[in-house]
Ligand binder design. Structure first.
Ligand SMILES: O=C(O)CCC(=O)C(=O)O
Ligand SMILES: [Fe+2]
Length: 505
């Protein structure tokens, strides 16, 4: 079942709009680096996840200093860990490598931690979809086919990740493993162990304008060994002989039914990175970008809150305005060095979308002639704003520019895909920038089309071979359609922390 208006809470939210009491957490941790299981003694006076998400502006009689105090407390949840000298050193090294343009002591120079970054009340009108009661076809018809954003509720409740993906569990099982937090100036990955990253996120990052962000596409290689009964077929490896089973984070979630026919998964080793584990504190995020190769994405939030702005500028409709280049460059300026973060976009660019469209002649003739119809630029351009809550999964349609900022500590998983629905758009983009990948894609679909029903493996056996024959025909008819090229000259470029994006807008 699909509801048209945003249900404020698909899942009980942990938000509290009450007073923002200082939360003192008394936690004692003893963590032996040799053991994978830390011994954790926790004595919490209050729930660290109680978040203050009401805009301070809504409160009466709030002085500026009270405001900044309230907002600086808003998204922090107090020290859970001690932040060792060793962790500090590792973090400093990672900061210098990943963002050499920012002086080590300048990470908080804008004072963004004192400001409010949440969405304004009532702006999130994106439909919420109940995962259990909405069929695949209904979702495709209402959202994927028309290529419009939606938020899916009730999916992550079905995942082990819902229970597992918290700081204690991740630290206990993956604390000594490295996750990517950025790239250095030579394009080399910069990694941090979670046992350094988590304490950083709770201490130093609280004052950073845009904290380091785990954005890791190779997380499936991170594994730990779980005590388990040997399999009935007998031990097959040394670890299993010892009664240990390899466990990876991949086992903690499944692909939502709406997106499981992912045709790119047929392309094997040619497939570019497409799946990321994403974790980071308040104000970390992803700069405005369009996802790579025309793919759409889903992003499931296990913990915390994310703020999105989405704009469908890639395809200016035949509307009253044409997004000519200077205007586009003004709206979505190219990233300057050191300004490639989601928070920078919200600080410097987002306010432009609140200007009256009248000022910039972004009006239809009907709106122009009627001053009572005075949309903002954002409204005139169909800007979509979302406050994603824990347990919600957003569908980001292909070709839409989007920018994300975390409002508190978040843990999410995101995946890009090529489905039977977005195939033509993805194919045209891929044919331009990755011709061999495009060829492999079409050849693989041809082999599905030539298979017999019984030979099709899940999830492709949901459709008969004739379905794939139709897809092949659709692709073949694109032979004389010009490639959709990826422009590098304007606006949105790839997210700072992820390699998930190409550079068009
Ligand atoms: O969660 C985020 O920071 C956004 C991720 C995203 O948009 C991407 O990976 O393309
Ligand atoms: Fe994205």
């Amino acid at each position: 079942m699909v509801s048209d208006t945003a249900a404020p809470n698909c899942q009980p939210s942990k938000e509290k709009d009450g007073k923002n009491k200082e939360r003192k957490l008394h936690v004692k941790r003893r963590y032996s680096e040799r053991d994978s299981e830390p011994v954790v003694k926790t004595r919490r006076k209050s729930n660290p996840e109680n978040l203050y998400l009401t805009p301070p502006l809504e409160k009466e009689n709030t002085s500026t200093s009270a405001l900044s105090k309230a907002s600086s407390q808003a998204y922090t949840f107090g020290p859970l860990f001690s932040y060792s000298f060793k962790s500090r050193k590792k973090i400093s090294r990672a900061k210098v490598k990943a963002r050499s343009e920012i002086g080590l002591f300048d990470w908080g120079k804008h004072g963004y931690h004192k400001m409010y970054w949440g969405t304004r009340p009532g702006v999130d009108k994106v439909p919420r979809v109940n995962y259990n009661s909405t069929s695949r076809q209904e979702f495709i018809d209402k959202f994927e086919q028309p290529n419009i954003p939606a938020v899916i509720c009730g999916l992550t409740k079905l995942w082990p990740a819902n229970v597992h993906w918290n700081i204690d569990y991740l630290l206990a099982n993956y604390g000594n493993q490295k996750f990517k937090v950025g790239e250095d100036d030579d394009g080399e990955n910069v990694y941090l162990k979670l046992k350094h990253f988590f304490p950083y996120s709770e201490h130093e990052a609280i004052l950073d304008d845009s904290p380091l962000y785990v954005f890791d596409s190779a997380f499936s290689k991170n594994l730990y060994f779980k005590q388990e009964a040997p399999s009935p077929s007998g031990p097959s490896s040394r670890d299993e002989k010892m009664g240990l089973a390899k466990v990876t984070l991949l086992e903690d979630f499944f692909i939502p039914k709406y997106f499981d026919v992912d045709l790119f998964s047929l392309t094997g080793s040619r497939r570019p990175p497409h799946r990321w584990l994403v974790m980071g504190g308040a104000r970390s995020g992803t700069h405005i970008h369009v996802d790579p190769l025309g793919t759409s994405a889903w992003n499931a939030l296990i913990k915390g809150h994310k703020r999105y702005v989405l704009l469908n500028l890639a395809y200016p409709q035949d509307g009253p305005f044409s997004l000519h280049k200077p205007l586009l460059a003004w709206l979505i300026p190219p990233r300057k060095k050191g300004e490639g973060e989601g928070i920078t976009w919200f600080a410097k660019v987002f306010p432009k979308f609140l200007f009256p469209a009248r000022v910039s002649s972004f009006l239809t003739s009907e709106q122009y002639g009627n001053p009572s119809l005075d949309p903002t630029l954002g409204q005139a351009l169909g800007m979509v704003e979302v406050l994603q809550r824990p347990g919600e999964t957003i569908f980001v349609p292909g070709g839409w520019s989007h920018v994300v900022v975390n409002l508190d500590f978040t843990i999410a998983i995101t995946q890009n895909f090529c489905s039977p629905t977005n195939l033509e758009y993805v194919y045209l983009k891929t044919r331009f920038s990755r011709p061999k990948l495009a060829l492999k894609l079409i050849n693989q679909i041809i082999s599905l089309a030539n298979s017999s029903s019984k030979d099709l493996l899940p999830p492709y056996n949901q459709h008969p071979p004739s379905f794939y024959r139709d897809l092949v025909e659709r692709i073949q008819s694109l032979k004389y359609t010009p490639a959709l090229y990826t422009s590098s000259e304007n606006s949105s470029s790839s997210s700072s922390s992820s390699s998930s994006s190409d550079s068009d807008a």
